[in-house]
Ligand binder design. Structure first.
Ligand code: XMP
Length: 511
């Protein structure tokens, strides 16, 4: 089964991934592609619609990205957002000018003429503006469809040609009817059928993987994270025992994680899953090491060595599964090839495994879609909603040298924090939450004794992509409970602090 497709032409705006996610959420498959894509190529892809994103330029800038005019006469519906809309007007002979003052934030607008975009919407609504330029004269055949007080041409369109422009950002949540406008564009203008569902996706992938693998053998590195778990489960459903997974237990995982991975995937799903117990090796190599980048390097190298040894035992395979997801593909060069992020632990695997081809079943999916596929496949919320954990795990959450004793302290403190966040029902709002074992010791009094013990920091952040983050406003009573429990239940911790720094200027992790 092939599904309908929308192409989102990327003009460099900050919300572009968000547009693509919104379209997918509306059950229409879309791809973010370069704004330089030619009319011929677009035609060959046969999309049901095009969306031009916003971007930082003014259409009159010397190096401002332009489009081939022909794209607008292919008969494919187009929605231009902000810069994308201005570009449509400019390309077809309208006029774009600097507004007397930049407009940022909420604005009320009214529809002045009905169109497919305004179906089922109230006459007035609120939108989110962020622009300096705006369209001041429309090309022939276009008319104004909505206005704000300060921006007369807020939505415009050529109804017979199915080409529309909006001055605001329908993709951000502050644009109250923005999602409905996108939905109307997709369903009322482009004729979308809503055939992009994770159930269809999973079935299609399973069929494709089965066909591709045939009688071949497949190897996968399972980290226990969402992406590798879902990728492995998809492949397992497709080829069963032909898949072997290797889980490297580096001894730096959070509490009970290795046991859970084995319980769910080997015992529960019956996967052919090998656990390499390498905790001692990692600890030995980390002995005396305090520099965070050296710790990362050592863990990365050791991980690859352990994996290589396991792979050698298995022998040559035909395929290697990787849990690459769409944001990795976009970040590494506009959909051309997936280069695993340099800090990612599995980055070096392809060079040590004897295989013919890589299988990346999730390379078209955003993180929320990966989670949905996981649920479709029957994985529990505990796995599907697991928060991201860095490859080096607790080693970069222990400031300074990693020791067995420190690991134990941090593991116990972190488990309490996670448990209380779960009890408070905050798991899904908070992107990441974890404890850090600082390298400071402070004086305390516990019982009748003065103590000189470690400071534990709690870090919890909200984010959409980990590029920027804000510290989570966890209710004080939850923090109080965590603090009391850690100081009572965990050895070698007598003081708890809460990190109230956003990213930037801080990073999410402490090392
Ligand atoms: P920072 O700390 O840079 O983290 O704000 C951004 C995101 O990346 C994760 N992170 C890592 N992930 N290996 C990984 O696989 C690493 O060395 C690493 N360092 C940071 C971090 O948890 C956050 O989600």
């Amino acid at each position: 089964m092939t599904h309908q497709k929308v192409l989102v032409l990327d003009f460099g705006g900050q919300y572009n991934q968000l547009i693509a996610r919104r379209v997918r959420d509306l059950k229409v498959y879309c791809e973010l592609v370069s704004c330089e894509m030619s009319a011929e190529k677009i035609k060959a892809e046969a999309p049901i619609g095009l969306i031009f994103t916003g971007g930082p330029n003014s259409v009159y800038d010397e190096n401002a990205p332009q489009i081939e005019k022909e794209i607008l006469s292919l008969g494919i519906p187009v929605l231009g957002i902000c810069y994308g809309g201005q570009l449509i007007a400019h390309t077809l002979g309208g006029k774009v000018e600097h507004a007397p003052a930049s407009e940022y934030g909420r604005r009320e607008f009214s529809f002045v003429k009905q169109s497919p975009l305004s179906e089922d919407l109230p006459e007035k609504s609120v939108c989110w503006m962020s622009h300096t330029d705006r369209v001041t004269a429309l090309p022939d055949g276009f008319e104004t469809l909505a206005s704000t007080q300060s921006c007369p041409i807020t939505i415009f369109g050529n109804l017979p040609k199915k080409i529309y422009g909006v001055q605001f950002h329908p993709e951000v949540v502050h644009s109250v009817c923005g999602n409905k406008i996108l939905e109307n564009f997709l369903y009322k203008v482009c004729g979308a059928k809503g055939d992009w569902t994770m159930k269809n996706f999973a079935q299609e992938q399973i069929r494709k993987i089965r066909e591709k693998v045939g009688d071949g053998r497949v190897l996968c590195a399972m980290s226990g994270g969402v992406d590798s778990a879902v990728a492995a489960t998809l492949v397992h459903k497709a080829v069963g025992d032909k898949l072997t997974c290797v889980f490297v237990d580096h001894g730096l995982h959070r509490k009970d994680e290795p046991e859970e991975v084995m319980r769910v995937f080997r015992d529960g799903l019956g996967m052919n899953l090998i656990k390499a117990d390498a905790g001692e090796r990692f600890l030995a190599r980390l002995s005396g090491v305090t520099d965070p980048e050296r710790k990362r390097r050592i863990i990365g190298e050791e991980f690859i060595k352990v994996f290589e040894e396991e792979a050698k035992k298995i022998g040559a395979v035909d395929f290697l599964v990787q849990g690459t997801i769409y944001p990795d593909v976009i970040e590494s060069g506009k959909g051309k090839s997936a280069v695993i992020k340099s800090h990612h632990n599995v980055g070096g695997l392809p060079s040590v495994v004897d295989f013919k081809e890589i299988i990346e079943p999730l390379r078209d999916l955003f993180k929320d879609e990966v989670r949905k596929v996981g649920s479709e496949l029957g994985l529990s919320d505990g796995i599907v909603w697991r928060q991201p954990c860095p490859g080096p795990a607790l080693a970069i959450r222990i400031m300074g040298e990693v020791t067995r004793e420190k690991l134990e302290t941090l593991r116990d403190a972190d488990a309490i924090f996670r448990e209380e966040i779960k009890n408070a029902g905050l798991e899904r709002e908070i992107w990441q939450y974890f404890a850090v074992l600082t390298d400071s010791k402070t004086v305390g009094v516990q019982g009748d004794f003065r103590t000189y013990e470690n400071v534990i920091a709690l870090r919890a952040i909200t984010s959409v992509d980990a590029m920027t983050a804000d510290w989570a406003r966890i209710p004080f009573d939850v923090l109080e409970k965590v603090s009391t429990r850690i100081t009572n239940e965990v050895k070698h911790a007598n003081r708890i602090v809460y990190d109230i720094t956003s990213k930037p200027p801080a990073t999410i992790e402490w090392e």
